[in-house]
Write a protein that binds this ligand. Structure first.
Ligand SMILES: [Zn+2]
Length: 297
């Protein structure tokens, strides 16, 4: 595992030395990579392209999350193959972080291998309507909280209200003080396409609840910037401030009657201009907050 880490780091350094832009540097990474989280005995991050998921290995089986195989027909099986490289225990659970296909398509291989699929009830309701051929329906739908105990590991599944979606589960490992939260809290980068069905006001309350939980490290659903790092509470506080600043900025423009076109042109958050993603993603943030302050939704 270490060898993979060093070689991908080496490729990134080489790309940086050659003056390649960040995107080209990312392309130097292998498509699929699995890393154990430092300081843990059994918590892993599986990455496929720019998506990633957490899995936990216990003596009685594996708890996996998000297949991350949208547009990747073999992605689910490749994820299972990566798990098999570190354990011969069966995957007992597959938890969907939320209902978006880019994170949860590809679960069939897990289901065929006997895993029980768990999701929030709002995810299940949406998935039933759309019946996506690549996304098996959950076997179990939960409400606000479920605790999974397997082979000495405790994993909490928490629904803390609306945020990036209406079905997001915050997954917390109390002993390891690690949380896995997908999309709502980008680590080290500016929010972007994830704003499309985002709940602006409710997300601020959600973020306060997440920050109040007991944890030290956050595994995001997309690699943290830079170098795939994990997040901290400081990162979560920064993201909350971005949302609050974006909302305050667009509130003026929206209430002045400038949404959509004029407001979207004038909207700037210069304070964050050096963050990765700012230039490309500002438009998505602007549009969502125009929806709030210029339309009322
Ligand atoms: Zn999402």
């Amino acid at each position: 595992m270490k060898r993979v880490l060093y070689s991908s780091l080496g490729a990134a350094l080489l790309a940086a030395a050659l003056g390649l832009p960040a995107q080209a540097q990312q392309q130097q990474r292998p498509q699929i990579e699995t890393k154990k989280v430092d300081g843990t005995e059994n918590v892993y991050v599986f990455r496929n392209g720019n998506h990633q998921a957490m899995f936990i290995v216990t003596k009685d089986g594996v708890i996996a999350t998000d297949p991350v195989a949208y547009g990747r027909p073999t992605g689910g099986q490749q994820y299972l193959d990566e798990i098999k490289k570190v354990t011969d225990k069966p995957v007992k659970f597959l938890i969907y972080s939320h209902h978006h296909f880019d994170h949860i398509a590809g679960g069939k291989a897990f289901k065929d291998a006997g895993a029980r699929i768990i999701a929030h009830k709002n995810a299940t309701a949406r998935l039933k309507v759309l019946n996506d051929p690549n996304t098996p329906l959950p076997d179990e739908s939960i409400g606000n909280k479920k605790v999974i105990k397997l082979g000495g590991t405790t994993l909490e599944l928490l629904f803390l209200g609306l945020n990036h979606s209406d079905s997001t589960l915050v997954m917390r490992l109390p002993k390891e003080k690690i949380i896995f939260v997908v999309d709502t809290i980008p680590v080290g980068s500016f929010p972007g396409r994830g704003m499309i069905d985002f709940y602006p006001l409710e997300t601020e309350a959600f973020m306060q609840k997440v920050i109040a939980l007991d944890w030290e490290r956050l595994i995001p659903g997309h690699p943290g910037q830079p170098n795939g790092r994990l997040g901290t509470k400081e990162d979560a506080k920064t993201v909350l401030t971005i949302y609050q600043d974006a909302s305050a900025e667009m509130k003026k423009l929206g209430q002045d009657g400038k949404c959509w076109d004029q407001a979207e042109k004038e909207f700037k958050l210069e304070k964050y201009a050096s963050m990765p993603g700012y230039a490309n993603n500002l438009q998505f943030v602007a549009r969502r907050y125009c929806g709030l302050w210029g339309r009322g939704t």
